[in-house]
Design a protein around this ligand. Structure first.
Ligand code: PHE
Length: 378
């Protein structure tokens, strides 16, 4: 390459400046930059040729070429800023926000999955003619165990991992004044299930009875799927002609409505509860897909979802009902487990951690109230 004259350099500088000025986009500008200052760019090649020049030539050409490079770099940067500003202006023009428009208030609060599922369960059973009943969390031994046909000192009482309440002095004194030995009055408990409400309701109401009982229950147990406090819903139906077929029909209808599928695999497996005879546990079928997600309904794997049975004649007797006249069924299901199953929540412990982020993710909008007509869970 022959050494360019000063006029040639000026001409090259002018040509590149003209190109820069005419660039219509960042992309075009980048092409010009490469063609001038890139590895094989026009200015870069000239700078490389400095090596072949005589020392005198280099003395004038060095600064001249460097000046050209700086000038072009500045021009490109200036043009780039201008193009970017123009692009931003164009965007602002099209994306204009009308800040005078009214803003819809944002719903911040969420309904906890347990509340949502409780409402779903109540909606399903209300539709089958059940009404709501409630009872206290702190129970006495009679309602939680004895009246439910748990034999005295039977290991079933231990089986429930019961929380016993400490008896205070006033309570002990009152018992002694009443002439009873303190040891005869067992301590109060945190109810281990919602079944004691069966007793309370049967003692206070005449059949026909058709109730569901949502409530908190307590057992000394804690891991990924057990917490010391959990939620159950109890069901109780008592009249003169209700039999095991009604129990099955009611619960099959329930699982279809709850999981919102028409065909669902289930089985009733014989079990033991002191307060029902015969007793069963109901299992539902599921499959595990390739991602490890459980899919409820079909498949040969079964998981237990509730306990049920025909109310034991002794329980009816304990409530003043004649077992030769009345009969019926009861069931008890774990609300938290059902919430986990239906909404794919794997760990039970965050249910009670009051973590706003968890609640935002798993919670429900306050106005999405479950009802059968509108669809249970939308
Ligand atoms: N109370 C039982 C439990 O908590 C469940 C149950 C309720 C079983 C009613 C049968 C009938 O395990």
């Amino acid at each position: 390459m022959s050494t360019p004259t000063e006029t040639e350099l000026d001409a090259l500088g002018g040509a590149i400046a003209g190109e820069i000025d005419g660039a219509g986009s960042i992309g075009a500008l980048e092409e010009i930059r490469v063609s001038a200052l890139g590895k094989k760019g026009r200015v870069s090649l000239l700078m490389k040729s400095l090596g072949q020049m005589s020392p005198e030539e280099r003395q004038t050409m060095g600064p001249a070429l460097n000046g050209l490079k700086v000038r072009i770099t500045d021009l490109i940067q200036g043009k780039k800023d201008a193009l970017e500003a123009a692009a931003l202006d164009a965007r602002l023009e099209t994306e204009r926000v009308d800040i005078t428009l009214p803003v819809a208030p944002e719903l911040e609060g969420r309904i906890h999955p347990v509340s949502q599922v409780t409402d779903e369960l109540v909606a399903i059973f209300a539709d089958m003619g059940f009404s709501l009943a409630e009872g206290p969390d702190i129970e006495d031994d009679f309602h939680n165990f004895t009246a439910l046909n748990f034999p005295p000192a039977h290991p079933a009482r231990e089986m429930h991992d019961t929380f016993f309440l400490k008896q205070d002095d006033a309570e002990l004194q009152a018992q002694q004044k009443g002439g009873r030995a303190a040891a005869n009055e067992p301590p109060k408990v945190l109810r281990t299930h919602t079944s004691p409400v069966q007793i309370r309701h049967m003692m206070a109401n005449k059949p026909p009875i058709r109730i569901i009982v949502p409530g908190r229950t307590y057992r000394c147990d804690s891991d990924q799927t057990h917490t010391p406090m959990f939620n159950q819903i109890e069901g109780l139906v008592i009249d003169k002609a209700t039999h095991m077929g009604h129990l099955k029909g009611c619960l099959i209808e329930f699982i279809k409505a709850f999981f919102e599928i028409d065909e669902i695999n289930y089985r009733f497996r014989p079990h033991f509860f002191p307060f029902t005879e015969p007793s069963a546990e109901m299992d539902i079928g599921y499959t595990v897909d390739e991602n490890g997600e459980q899919k409820i309904g079909h498949g040969g794997q079964f998981m237990e979802i509730l306990g049920c049975g025909m109310v034991h004649p002794n329980v009816l007797k304990n409530c003043g009902l004649d077992p030769d006249e009345y009969q019926g069924f009861a069931f008890g299901l774990g609300v938290d487990r059902l919430a986990m199953l239906k909404y794919g929540i794997r760990d039970l412990r965050p249910f009670w951690e009051a973590d706003q982020r968890w609640l935002k993710h798993y919670g429900f909008r306050p106005l999405d109230m479950p009802n059968l007509a509108g669809g249970l869970s939308r």
